[in-house]
Write a protein that binds this ligand. Structure first.
Ligand code: 13P
Length: 254
C-alpha cells in the first residue's frame, strides 16, 4: 500500500509552550503507526528542534518545516535555507502552500527551485497544489493543477519525483469549514495521479502519496481518507487540537 500520511500544518499558530504541550498530548496517546503510515508535524522554524526531539523515539513520526527559501544561501535577511533545515536533521518541508503563493507571490518557477534545493538536501518536499474558487467555478481546475505540477515538478528525474509527497488543497476549502466532497477529492486525486502517470508512467504514479487538505476534521477524515486515491491529509486548524488530530491519525487507511 502507498504510504498513508497525517500531516499537521500549524501555520503561524501556537506559542512554543502550547506547541510542546500539544505534541505531548498527541504522543502520550501512544498511537502506534504501521509501516505504511506516517505522521508529520510542520511547525514554525523556532520549534523545529523541540518537535524533532519530541518525535525522536516514535516510529514513523517526523517534524517538518513549513517553507524554505529558493536560494541556496546568502544575503536574504530573515530567511531559512533547505541546507539549514537539513543541518537540523529535519527531512520534510512543505513547499508551495497556497498561503505562500498568495501572500508571498511564490510562482511555480520559484517553487521548482525550492523543490530542487529540498531534494539536494535530502528533504522530502510536501508539494501543495490546488485551485481558487473562481477556477473551480469556471471548471478549469484540472488544467490549473496539472500546470502547477508540470511547472514545479516535471523537470525532475523519475527517482527524484518518486520522493515527493503531493498535497491537493483546494483554496476554497482551506480554513472555510467547506470540505471538498469525497467525489470531488477522489476525482481530483485520480486526475493528479494520471497527470503524473502521463509524464512518468503508471508504476511511479501509483507510488506517490497524494494528501487532501482543506477543512479536514475528526468527523470527516475517515470518509475522505477512504477514497482510493486519497493517501491521508494535510491538516491546518484541526491539527491544533489534540483530540481532533489524534482522531485524524486514527482515520488513516489501516
Ligand atoms: P485547514 O485544515 O485549516 O482548512 O487548513 C488546511 C491547510 O491549509 C493545511 O495546509
Amino acid at each position: 500500500m502507498r504510504t498513508q500520511i497525517a500531516a499537521a500544518n500549524w501555520k503561524m499558530n501556537l506559542k512554543y509552550q502550547q506547541g510542546e504541550k500539544l505534541l505531548d498530548e498527541i504522543l502520550d496517546t501512544k498511537l502506534l503507526l504501521k509501516d505504511h503510515q506516517k505522521v508529520i508535524f510542520a511547525v514554525p522554524f523556532p520549534y523545529l528542534i523541540m518537535a524533532r526531539s519530541e518525535v525522536s523515539e516514535e516510529k514513523n513520526y517526523h517534524a517538518a518545516a513549513q517553507n524554505c527559501h529558493h536560494k541556496k544561501s546568502g544575503a536574504f535577511t530573515g530567511e531559512v535555507s533547505a541546507e539549514m533545515i537539513h543541518s537540523l536533521n529535519i527531512s520534510y518541508c512543505i513547499v508551495g502552500h497556497s498561503e505562500r503563493r498568495e501572500f508571498f507571490s511564490e510562482s511555480n518557477a520559484v517553487l521548482a527551485e525550492k523543490i530542487n534545493l529540498c531534494l539536494e538536501n535530502f528533504i522530502t518536499p510536501v508539494f501543495c497544489c490546488g485551485e481558487a474558487l473562481k477556477i473551480r467555478e469556471a471548471g478549469t481546475q484540472n488544467d490549473f493543477v496539472a500546470l502547477q505540477l508540470k511547472e514545479s515538478l516535471f523537470h525532475l528525474t523519475p527517482g527524484q519525483v518518486s520522493s515527493v509527497i503531493i498535497a491537493y488543497e483546494p483554496i476554497w476549502a482551506i480554513g472555510t469549514g467547506k470540505t471538498a466532497t469525497t467525489e470531488q477529492a477522489q476525482e481530483m486525486h485520480a486526475h493528479l495521479r494520471s497527470v503524473i502517470a502521463g509524464q512518468y508512467g503508471d508504476e511511479l504514479a501509483n507510488q506517490i502519496s497524494i494528501l487532501y487538505g482543506g477543512s479536514v476534521k475528526a468527523n470527516n477524515a475517515k470518509e475522505l481518507f477512504s477514497c482510493p486515491d486519497v493517501d491521508g491529509g494535510l491538516v491546518g486548524g484541526a491539527s491544533l487540537v489534540s483530540a481532533e488530530f489524534i482522531e485524524i491519525i486514527r482515520s488513516l487507511k489501516p
